[in-house]
Ligand binder design. Structure first.
Ligand code: NAI
Length: 446
């Protein structure tokens, strides 16, 4: 599961040799550590709209070193392009080109963040063109950055201020080491719901979370991250994984529930366990998933059906029970693990792609139902993540999959966990029905 190549070419002689031979040059990514600064270096907030002024003021309130104009040759930790008032594609160049030269001064692991409005809500074709232009610009810029720097965007619905809780929450997430492996992506803020947590280091204090498939891999990392952020965690996995599950439950000072999520009574058992043992249920993370890869020409019914049953049908059934429960009405959160295979497709994974595309469809359609009682549902779609599953891939295929992204390395389970933990927090209360890819901006497919 280790990426030895990244460690060798990150420094010293290895770095020199990789550069001379034109080999991929991944760097070790800056990941979140409790107490670490949000961003390393000054933050340039570019833009002359009211929204830019307000955002700059809010960032000053976080104690960040905020600039409204770049100083020559000053190393920057982040550049935030506030483009909330663009009306025409002509407006883009005027503003974006003023920061172009500053990009050379971006620190390693630096951040570019755009804050703009959703194209589909634009009132004129010119404004829609400008807004959609931000999308194309940002995704291209992300591919130009080096040394672990990333570019991501926050999209605001029409009446949402740049300082709405989830706008600030999303900016904070993208600035931080929590988003280390998120690149070339957008978070859409659909409502002004949400609030900043009382304690930014323990944003999930007082919440009870359930994580399925938590005996190992990404699920275990999600459990550890939610616990680190203050939640009481229930870990769920099949009885055969009982020993590993108990070990994870111990690590996170939580409780274990041995349960096959495809059982008819899975939803009821989850609610019953959380409420009986911990008094409430706030967050459900649908992480359990399986692969049974075969080219479609060789696919059998067992492989197809088992993947659909675990990866999507179980989630649909559990959600129905959650949505009907009186115990899941206090601003609850559901976060589902999808996959880039469900977006861009992957050879040998028609069954898996169908199940993970299904997760995205389910999330979009469930969002309005959750909103009716102040809840949210979102999906996180990982790309290549270093787990036991991907360690078993043949060497050449694994190496290709690992490098074919803008950060030229695989993600870690904690990268997926950080995105999920953010979506579970109060500041993400205005983000509903979205899909966030954690894939280092995978270069293949959509
Ligand atoms: P993993 O195979 O290491 O862990 C999955 C866990 O789910 C296992 O502990 C397994 O026992 C459990 N599980 C399977 N069927 C279950 C059932 N019926 N009831 C309860 N638990 C069950 O997988 P990994 O890599 O940690 O993946 C976690 C999630 O992330 C999955 O949904 C997977 O599809 C998704 N994913 C993983 C990627 C990767 O690169 N590893 C990429 C994209 C998505």
């Amino acid at each position: 599961m280790t990426d030895t190549y990244t460690r060798i070419v990150s420094q010293g002689l290895g770095k020199d040799v990789a550069r001379r031979l034109g080999l991929p040059q991944p760097v070790e990514l800056r990941r979140h550590a409790p107490g670490a600064p949000l961003v390393i270096g000054p933050v340039l907030v570019n833009g002359d709209s009211l929204g830019a002024d307000d955002l700059a003021t809010a960032l000053l309130g976080w104690g960040l070193d905020v600039r409204r104009n770049a100083l020559p040759k000053e190393k920057l930790g982040a550049v935030i392009l506030v483009l909330d008032a663009v009306q025409h594609p002509d407006d883009l160049g005027k503003q974006i080109l003023t920061v172009a030269a500053s990009l050379r001064d971006l620190s390693p692991n630096g951040r570019i963040i755009t804050v703009s409005r959703t194209p589909h809500s634009a009132s004129t074709p010119a404004s829609a063109a400008a807004r959609q232009g931000v999308d194309g610009m940002l995704r291209s810029l992300a591919k130009e950055l080096r040394s672990g720097a990333t570019a991501n965007g926050v999209l605001l619905a029409e009446d949402i201020a740049t300082t709405a809780p989830s706008a600030l929450g999303a900016v904070r997430f993208f600035l931080s080491g929590r988003s280390a492996y998120v690149d070339g992506q957008f978070l859409t803020v659909t409502s002004a719901s949400g609030s900043m947590p009382a304690d930014v280091d323990k944003p999930l204090q007082g919440k009870v979370a359930v994580v399925t498939g938590a005996a190992r891999g990404i699920g275990a990392a999600i459990a550890r991250t939610l616990y680190r952020d203050g939640a009481k965690v229930v870990v769920v996995d099949i009885p055969a994984a009982g020993d590993h599950l108990a070990a994870v439950a111990n690590q996170v000072h939580g409780t274990a529930l041995q349960l096959d999520i495809t059982r008819d009574d899975a939803g009821a058992r989850i609610i019953e366990h959380a409420v009986e043992r911990h008094g409430r249920l706030d967050i459900v993370v649908h992480n359990a998933g399986i692969t049974r890869d075969r080219l479609l020409a060789n696919m059998d019914e067992g492989r197809w059906q088992s993947v659909i049953a675990v990866n999507i049908a179980a989630q649909l059934r559990i959600n129905e029970v959650l949505l009907a429960s009186e115990h899941f009405k206090d601003a609850p959160r559901i976060i589902s693990v999808a996959s880039t295979s469900g977006i861009a497709g992957n050879r040998g994974q028609t069954n898996y792609g169908a199940s993970k595309g299904g997760v995205i469809g389910m999330v979009r359609a469930t969002a309005p139902l959750m909103e009716s009682f102040g809840g949210t549902i979102n999906a996180v779609a990982p790309g290549f993540i270093e787990t036991e599953m991907t360690a078993k891939m043949p060497f050449a295929i694994r190496e290709a999959a690992r490098r074919l992204n803008s950060l030229k390395q695989g993600g870690l389970p904690v990268d997926v966990a950080e995105a999920i933990a953010f979506l579970a927090t109060e500041p993400a209360g205005g983000i509903n029905g979205g899909v966030l890819r954690v894939c280092g901006q995978q270069l293949v497919g959509a």
